[in-house]
Design a protein. Structure first.
Length: 101
């Protein structure tokens, strides 16, 4: 009985290990992947936000300034021309009339 128990234990361990290891590995991988994704995704989002914000700011700010300057220039020219025409025409007419007279 004790010899049988010992042999049975050894055989049982060997068989259990042969069968159990790949099954355990497969289950462990699936569980680990799910848990890892559950933990990793929000951590990655936080890290990505922190990294992305300064990088985005560093890249975006000069682009924004360049675009804003160009837009401001175009708008400024249009507004300036309209205001100048509205203000300048009557002034120019009055001055022109005085000089002409």
């Amino acid at each position: 009985v004790p010899v049988g128990t010992a042999v049975g234990t050894d055989v049982g361990i060997a068989v259990g290990q042969d069968v159990g290891t790949p099954v355990g590995t497969a289950v462990g991988t699936d569980v680990g992947s799910t848990v890892g994704h559950g933990v990793g995704a929000p951590v990655g989002t936080v890290v990505g936000s922190e990294v992305g914000t300064p990088v985005g700011h560093a890249v975006g700010r000069p682009v924004g300034i360049a675009v804003g300057t160009l837009v401001g220039l175009i708008v400024g020219i249009d507004v300036g021309a309209a205001v100048g025409k509205d203000v300048g025409t009557p002034v120019g007419t009055a001055v022109g009339t005085d000089v002409g007279v």
